[in-house]
Design a protein around this ligand. Sequence first.
Ligand code: GLU
Length: 421
Amino acid sequence: MNEVNPFETAQRQLDKAADVLDLDHSVHQALREPMRTFIVNFQVEMDDGSTKTFKGYRVQYNDALGPTKGGLRFHPDETLDTVKALAAWMTWKTAVADIPYGGGKGGVVCDPTELSESELERISRAYVCAVSDFIGPEKDIPAPDVYTTSQTMAWMMDEFSKIKGVNAPDVITGKPIGIGGSLGRGDATARGVIYTIREAAKELGMNLDGARVAVQGYGNVGFHAHKLAEEQLGAKVVAIGDAEGAIYSDDGLKHKKISNNMKEHGVFAKDIEGTEFLGDGDKGNAELLELPVDILIPAAIENVLTAKNADHVRAEVLAEAANGPTTPEADEILYENGVYIIPDFLCNAGGVTVSYFEWVQNRNRYYWSKSEVYERLDKKMTKAFADVHERAREEDVDNRTAAYMVSIEKVAEAMKLRGWV
Ligand code: GLU
């Protein structure tokens, strides 16, 4: 459970930027709450023949810039406030990346580690059935997030298409390539993270060749961030961690070795020769966050950097691949200590950017090459980074506040043009 309520964090971050912007009161009030919130309860038959009721959420935070867009999480600790926070951050994310979407998010309260493949399929289909009137290619477009995969998206797209009697690949993104997914979507979030680190290093005069990196969280984003930090930046990933624990090697953990080991043993790479085990679960991750590294990449969930450990962070750059990894208290400490933060909704905007490319390709029934996707993604991320970095310098504010300022202005303008405020 989160000790810090993520939605309160999102509101506090907004308030801070609204203050610097001297934002119109009516716009500020409108942006403090989601436009629409759906709570659904639905029944699913389990493998043992029993029927279980599951709770799901979908929050459409703001759609002034376009249909709402954002992932779906399957998580045992999912709460409405977490989904509201994530939907708010999606609103700022799509705005900073300059893609024509609003922000949304969804979730189902369940523990995927205790469910079979067929139970997961039935949950995915039942969730879509429950929200099918609220989502759609021109309304609200889900995508993968924590514990959901391209297969989850495939089942959901299929179910929506059946319910509506149309073939609607554009209702959801992050699909497998064979049914309308985009090349380059799989590692897009991590790739975007790497592009922003590259840009930050240029600004800071930091040499990335051999730079020491720690990655906390080893799901889709952490796994690919490790690979790309090596391949694209020439950096040395010295520590990785996930729910099972964290490992360290001063010489660098080779991605290939780690992924081969994980494939072989089916679990996180705990026992690899030549690596030091930092500890199980939370303990290992806590150590990882405080290692003397150049770049720290939290790539899991919210609230990993708090008032308790922020002062011990020794990285020069904090690249927030996860959504909401830093609490407002930690934010202040890190800023004062001179840590260069690439804020979450800028840093991890690569995923939704390629989701947008996927949707564009689906709507045109015309598909791009991988290099086209990478090139366009690089352009978007580089521009978004420059907008935020410059704004922070001009206004003498931290990068997160600057990112909020850039995004709020775009959303506020759209709201005004539509005559809402
Ligand atoms: N779940 C991802 C995020 O938090 C991707 C969202 C999307 O592609 O719509 O940014």
